[in-house]
Design a protein around this ligand. Structure first.
Ligand code: SF4
Ligand code: SF4
Length: 400
């Protein structure tokens, strides 16, 4: 395992992100498979594990805690997050003191090694940027009591938003987690964010290194060229090698969903094999081809607030499939099978999803495009008219 220095500690360069855990057929977390994954990670020297309050509808924390507690407490670092971003739209505001105590119980621990303010972005700054919310005082107090060892934040804001957050709280922040991979280096200005954090002396943690799996598979042509250059490496390994070659972050969190993915990542992080110029040029070519796709990572932050209960990430992934291959029979069949009221033309354009989306995807616009692309179901004009009527009805219902 590759390790990086953080203050006086050694952190494994690969961290296990518990956002997309293995599932049983009934949709519950597959604890036995999770235990096997944690066993493999611990055996290979991984010592960083990351969860969050909303992951798996609140069940990630307890599942991960249960699995880790089979090992001595000092042999693993546990990171958890305060979901202040949910206080922007949440009906019942989440109080730091209540959430924190609940998280300790869920995870079955007395302290968190790493604790983050979750999802700083332009939207959530209406909560995080308001000193009347007193969350910082509370978390600094927990740190003083030894219940938080290191305090940091995860950030989806643009560079200007990151700078604004740092101007308010930078002095207390020990690390920052950002979305970083070879596509977002340009697409989400991650290069600029890394520069800002380095200037502030704040180490960089990486989330979405393979963009929810989007950087784990490419076209046959690209994959053939990758295999020719690195016959012994898997496709996802390339995205990790890029991280280790270019920005060199402290921890790379990968949201692994099964033992095979874990084993593949452990093999990659067993030793450094930096990319050469020819390999970097190939990734740049891939980046340019992918940059035209809708950058949905499947995080599902948008789903809970959708009044039409649309399966938004699935619809966006269908839109991407159609962009690559317009006549894709399978995609059209899957789309049709969703049924009336669950396809893109059911979107009423309320915009809740776009506000919640850390990737800043204009989901309502994409829904119109997808409905139009699928054709034959409704015309653009019909969709817009129906949207206006549905939005009006929703407004009236809310006003009552
Ligand atoms: S804009 Fe459409 S997809 Fe987004 S939350 Fe509203 S109805 Fe759902
Ligand atoms: S649209 Fe945005 S919020 Fe929704 S799943 Fe995709 S990336 Fe996440």
């Amino acid at each position: 395992m590759i390790y990086n220095d953080f203050q006086k500690e050694k952190l494994s360069a690969l961290g296990f992100g518990a956002m997309r855990l293995p599932l049983c057929p009934d949709g519950e977390i597959d604890q036995a498979e999770l235990d096997r994954m944690v066993d493999a990670a611990m055996a290979a020297g991984v010592n960083y594990f990351d969860t969050a309050y909303p992951y798996h509808g609140g069940k990630s924390e307890s599942a991960l805690g249960q699995s880790l507690r089979r090992y001595p407490r000092e042999s693993w670092n546990l990171a958890d997050k305060f979901p202040g971003h949910q206080n922007v739209h949440g009906v019942k505001p989440l109080k730091p003191e209540e959430v924190f105590e609940e998280q300790l119980v869920r995870c079955g621990v007395d302290y968190f090694d790493f604790y983050l303010l979750h999802n700083i972005n332009e939207n959530s700054m209406s909560y995080y940027g308001n000193p009347d919310n007193h969350f910082m005082e509370y978390f600094l107090e927990q740190k003083a009591k030894g219940r938080i060892r290191h305090l940091g934040f995860s950030c989806h804001a643009a560079p200007s938003g990151l700078e604004k957050f740092l101007s308010l709280y930078g002095e207390h922040m020990e690390f920052c987690q950002i979305q970083l991979n070879f596509v977002d280096w340009k697409l989400q200005d991650a290069e600029q964010k890394v520069a800002i954090l380095r200037k502030a002396g704040i180490p960089v943690w990486v989330m979405e290194p393979v963009r929810g799996g989007k950087l784990a598979r490419y076209s046959d042509d690209f994959e053939a060229r990758m295999r020719a250059l690195r016959p012994d490496e898997s496709t996802p390994a390339w995205a990790f090698r890029w991280l280790r070659t270019v920005p060199k972050p402290t921890v790379v969190l990968s949201g692994m969903s099964n033992l095979a993915q874990m084993q593949d990542n452990l093999k990659t992080f067993a030793e450094d094999k930096p990319l050469n110029d020819e390999e970097l040029a190939l990734l740049e070519e891939i980046r340019r081809s992918l940059a035209r796709m809708i950058p949905c990572t499947g995080c599902r932050y948008c789903c809970a607030g959708c009044p039409m209960e649309l399966e938004i990430p699935t619809l966006l992934s269908m839109a991407n499939d159609m962009a690559v291959d317009k006549g894709n029979f399978n995609t059209v069949a899957r789309y049709t099978a969703l049924g009336e009221g669950k396809r893109a033309d059911a979107c009423i354009g309320c915009g809740q999803c776009a506000d919640a989306c850390p990737q800043k995807i204009d989901v309502p616009e994409e829904m119109i495009r997808l409905a139009d692309l699928m054709g034959g179901l409704k015309t653009w004009e019909e969709i817009c008219k129906e949207r206006e009527a549905a939005a009006e009805a929703l407004k009236k219902a809310k006003a009552k």
